[in-house]
Ligand binder design. Structure first.
Ligand code: GBH
Length: 470
């Protein structure tokens, strides 16, 4: 069912696991700032220590080996490498840390997939306007080039930006993630725009300066739910579903994989709402200039973060608010048959992943796909014997297998979110996604494998093993 070189992985991100927020010359990031503000995070928790992977990396490596992973997806902290965000000042201790991580992985036959930006912008760059400012595009490119130069002899799979849609919406529209801004209806589109340009510029740099020698692949991780009309026969619901998909997956996938520009549905929804509300000036959704490096074609594979599905019905006709949800004008509902795991947004729908994969194959010209995140959360008291999560992983991996075998989708790898219980952003440590439990009340932060970790290890062994029999 799974190709011989299929990537069996797990993922983490720097701020969520590393701790060491001020260690060895690291600069502050926007999350270091955000968590210090009252009311931002569950019980005022923070990632100052988190899983302390900055010091306990070798424990993480043991976990990785216990699972038998072939790949590990981590992110590097921009402010740990470049404390003020620029290449003017390199923190050699940060470089040494990631060199060790990468070298240890390779020594254990595990391939690293490295994300450059998993939401932790250096505060120094936020102070200059952050992702809203056009200057971020070349700053990001310099940072990316620094990473290609420093680690690219060993890292062959790169993700520039993790979930630009979530960065833009949660960080600048809803204000529930760092930098915590609430500028509805405008900032998210600008931020998304600069993220696309930054991604594209970094991809072009890799393509022209590093690819020939390093022979790696670069993409961006796009998050999307699977969307279906609530009433399939109802035209309004079908149209709302298309809009919802355009505002989530399409926002970033369309420019990169299809046209070099945003989905037409998205632009016309935004512009007609602007007109209705008498918003003057140019479109709130910026345009790409012909003089810039092209956006189209700037991904060597499709990186998908999939968590859940939604049924969609027509919205209430926008309302008077200038905001992203009004532009999108779609109402999302849960099917009562879908179980909810842990957090309220996470309905368990493994078959939605298969449908989304098929959609990606058909819409984006059959790209190689890595599922760069997928997981199941637990809240409340520790439950090592997590039978539901075991079932979730086996059902999901079955759906991925069907996507490959029956639908012919070119899926190249699967990364479970997450290797470890970790700092789940605004939910702090109250929501646990790990294959390993982390005891945050114990100074040693001991890692204990969940039953689902053992099951995932067995699945990996089984599917990898099959080839050896032949
Ligand atoms: C991913 O985000 C992230 O890449 C990863 O870092 C994270 O730990 C993981 O998934 C699990 O969440 O509270 O109703 O307003 C997934 C996208 C964006 C989904 C924020 C939940 C909050 C919904 N997430 N969203 S709500």
């Amino acid at each position: 069912m799974f190709p011989r070189d299929f990537a069996w992985g797990a993922a983490t991100s720097a701020y969520q696991i590393e701790g060491g927020w001020q260690a060895d010359g690291k600069g502050p990031s926007i999350w270091d700032t955000f968590v210090q503000q009252k009311g931002r995070v569950f019980e005022e928790q923070n990632g100052n220590v988190a899983c302390n992977s900055y010091q306990l990396w070798e424990k993480d490596l043991e976990c990785i080996q216990q699972l038998g992973l072939t790949h590990y997806r981590l992110s590097v902290s921009w402010a740990r490498l470049l404390p003020d965000g620029t290449t003017q000042h390199v923190n050699q201790k940060g470089v040494a840390y990631y060199n060790k991580v990468i070298n240890d992985l390779l020594a254990c036959n595990v391939s690293p997939m490295v994300t450059l930006y998993h939401w932790d912008l250096p505060q120094a760059l936020q102070d200059q306007g952050g992702w809203k400012s056009e200057s971020i595009v070349s700053l990001f490119d310099s940072y990316a080039q620094f990473c290609f130069q420093t680690f690219g002899d060993r890292v062959k799979l790169w993700i520039t930006i993790n979930e630009p849609q979530v960065c833009a919406k949660c960080g600048y529209e809803d204000g529930i993630h760092a930098p915590g801004l609430k500028e509805p209806g405008t900032a998210a589109y600008l931020v998304g725009h600069n993220m696309l340009r930054a991604h594209a510029k970094a991809w072009h740099s890799y393509d022209s300066l590093y690819r020939a020698e390093q022979r790696g692949a670069v993409s961006l991780a796009i998050n999307s739910d699977w969307f279906e009309p609530l009433r399939p026969g109802c035209n309004e619901d079908v149209a709302a579903t298309e809009r919802d998909l355009a505002f989530t997956l399409g926002w970033f996938a369309w420019p990169v994989f299809v046209t070099g520009d945003y989905p037409q549905i998205m632009r016309s929804a935004i512009d007609s709402q602007s007109q209705k509300l008498g918003y003057s000036g140019s479109s709130r959704l910026p345009s790409f200039s012909k003089d810039e490096p092209a956006i189209f074609g700037t991904a060597d594979f499709f990186a998908l973060n999939y968590y859940t599905s939604r049924k969609v019905k027509a919205g209430e006709g926008c309302g008077q608010m200038l905001c992203l949800n009004s532009d999108r004008d779609a109402e999302e509902v849960l099917d009562p048959s879908w179980p909810i795991c842990g957090v309220s947004w996470l309905a368990v729908v493994p078959h939605g992943l298969r449908k989304l994969l098929k959609y990606i194959k058909d819409t984006f010209n059959n790209p190689a796909v890595y599922i760069t995140e997928n997981g199941f959360s637990q809240v409340g008291p520790r439950q090592i014997d997590d039978v539901q999560r075991c079932e979730f992983y086996s059902d999901t991996i079955m759906e991925v297998g069907k996507a490959i075998e029956e639908d012919g989708v070119n899926v190249r790898g699967y990364f479970a979110w997450s290797l470890l219980d970790n700092f789940e952003w605004a939910d702090g440590f109250s929501v646990r996604f790990g294959l390993f439990h982390v005891d945050f009340s114990d100074a040693k932060l001991s890692r204990t494998i969940y039953r689902s970790g053992l099951e995932y290890a067995k699945m990996i062994m089984k599917y990898k093993g099959r080839h050896d029999v032949k």
